[in-house]
Design a protein around this ligand. Structure first.
Ligand SMILES: C[S@@+](CC[C@H](N)C(=O)[O-])C[C@H]1O[C@@H](n2cnc3c(N)ncnc32)[C@H](O)[C@@H]1O
Length: 393
């Protein structure tokens, strides 16, 4: 029997790196890059452009169904565009890349962040109004911590997807104390002890405004801190008010507690029987050393499926759950909620909208209702947005 010829697959023409095209920016993605459609339909992500802008773009790479391009020339510019106030800002190899939205007016950055929170979370409770985003009191000079990279000759930052150290002489988002530390560290160049081992491309130098350059050690991780002190204070005040409203002050479980930034607030308002959990042993040791009244600090990895069972006792008695996870969220939140029968309130502080949305959807299947959404800007000049939420059962 004759075989029928297979129909030819209707593959699109490949769009090679280097190919140029005209386009307009229709949105920004969660990384803060512009979303631009190629005339053939493929979507490209482009740094340094804003919705509504048009331009000529050049394809830089393709990864699976995703495409990346750079701006060659701007056609119609956003009226809110501004000259970036930092000489290290840029998107080419060798630029800092640390403040991808520095070219845009701050009010416009805030509006965009608020919109993305509304787009993701409003569908979870249409009756709820997303509160107006809390701007950072300072749009520059706010960062209380940072991490430099050095090879002993150069010192600066490394842009995402780059292996090249961008030499940085000053950094406008660091607060004054940290800017001075940067200057003092640079004065130590060249510095052969900072030369990286063969296995590493660079040596890391972590700084924060509790230390000076003489106290900085290579590859020494500093304890986690919320990176914007003024906004951290605002989060703590917000938390205090919500705890007083919730009224469920006995039996509290705090996951991703670090060394107790929010645990202090729990104690301050009179919470009792607090179990605070974090995987970073030194943070929990520091918390336990402080001997806060009614607090037991536990070190465990909350991503492990066995941990929910290990925490069965505090989970089964908890009336209030406080969460402040890293970007991955609480992956197996369903396992935790399944044994939390007494739980009335969840306060979820998140630095990633996608995982927050995922986790809130799971919480809703456990009879929780989203009751408050408060966006807050911890990191001006970046697409990062912090979201404070309250859920009630
Ligand atoms: C956003 S920080 C919050 C810390 C603290 N709430 C604060 O305000 O300083 C996230 C915390 O999650 C911890 N963490 C990250 N992955 C974890 C895991 N798999 N299990 C438990 N804790 C984890 C980190 O050590 C870090 O302290």
């Amino acid at each position: 029997m004759l075989k029928r010829p297979k129909p030819k697959s209707r593959k699109r023409d490949p769009i090679p790196p280097g190919h140029r095209f005209d386009g307009s920016v229709r949105d920004v993605n969660s990384e803060g890059q512009g979303v631009v459609a190629h005339p053939q339909g493929r979507i490209f992500f482009v740094p340094g452009v804003w919705p509504g802008e048009t331009g000529v773009f050049e394809v830089t790479s393709l990864k699976g169904r995703m495409g990346f391009a750079k701006l060659l020339s701007l056609g119609e510019a956003s009226p809110r565009r501004r000259p970036p106030p930092c000489p290290h800002h840029g998107f080419a190899s060798g630029s800092c890349g640390g403040c991808p939205w520095l070219f845009m007016d701050y009010a416009e950055q805030l509006a965009r962040k608020e919109q993305s929170v509304t787009k993701m979370l409003q569908p979870l409770n249409e009756a709820l109004t997303v509160a107006e985003i809390w701007a950072s009191p300072a749009e520059l000079g706010y960062r209380n911590r940072g991490q430099f990279k050095t090879d002993g000759q150069r010192l600066g930052f490394v842009a995402a997807n780059s292996r090249e150290i961008a030499e940085v002489h000053d950094c406008l988002v660091l607060n004054d104390k940290n800017r001075q530390t940067l200057k003092d560290l640079r004065a130590q160049l060249p510095n052969s002890p900072w030369r990286p081992d063969r296995a590493k491309a660079w040596t890391t130098l972590d700084i924060d405004d509790h230390i000076t350059a003489t106290e900085v050690s290579a590859h020494q991780r500093r304890p986690f801190r919320q990176g914007n002190s003024a906004q951290n204070q605002r989060m703590r005040t917000w938390l205090k008010d919500r705890l007083l409203e919730a009224g469920s002050l006995d039996h509290v479980l705090e996951l991703f507690a670090g060394s107790g930034n929010f645990t202090e607030v729990l104690v301050e308002v009179g919470c009792q029987n607090i179990v605070a959990v974090d995987s970073f042993q030194p943070a929990i040791e520091r918390l336990n050393k402080r001997a806060l009244s009614g607090v037991t600090g536990l070190s465990c990895d909350l991503d492990r499926s066995a941990t929910a069972a290990q925490l069965h006792k505090p989970l089964s008695s908890a009336a209030l759950l406080l969460l402040d996870p890293p970007r991955d969220g609480l992956k197996n939140i369903g396992d935790y909620l399944a044994s939390a029968k007494e739980l009335r309130t969840i306060i979820y502080i998140s630095c990633d909208l996608a995982t927050l949305t995922r986790d809130l959807k799971v919480a809703m299947t456990h009879d929780f209702e989203l009751q408050e959404i408060q966006p807050l800007d911890l990191f001006p000049q970046t697409p990062h947005v912090e979201t404070l939420t309250v859920l009630g059962r």
